[in-house]
Unconditional design. Structure first.
Length: 69
């Protein structure tokens, strides 16, 4: 349903209700990179999920750790 990216970061299996929280925490509204996100996608692992793909961006561990809390 969502095309692959050649270079960048994919955040998968995000609970759909947390999608916009993750976007806010990572400040994705402040970057110029192409961003694809989807919500309410089927997941055999968690039922319904969200996904974020950010082209040409690799997050630091400290940035990703913010969303794990």
């Amino acid at each position: 349903k969502v095309n692959a990216i050649k270079n960048g970061t994919v955040l998968d299996h995000i609970p759909s209700e947390n999608l916009f929280k993750v976007i806010s925490i990572l400040r994705l509204n402040n970057i110029a990179n192409p961003i694809t996100f989807g919500m309410n996608l089927e997941s055999s692992r968690i039922g319904i999920k969200a996904i974020i793909k950010v082209a040409d961006k690799f997050f630091e561990d400290s940035e990703i750790n913010k969303i794990s809390l």
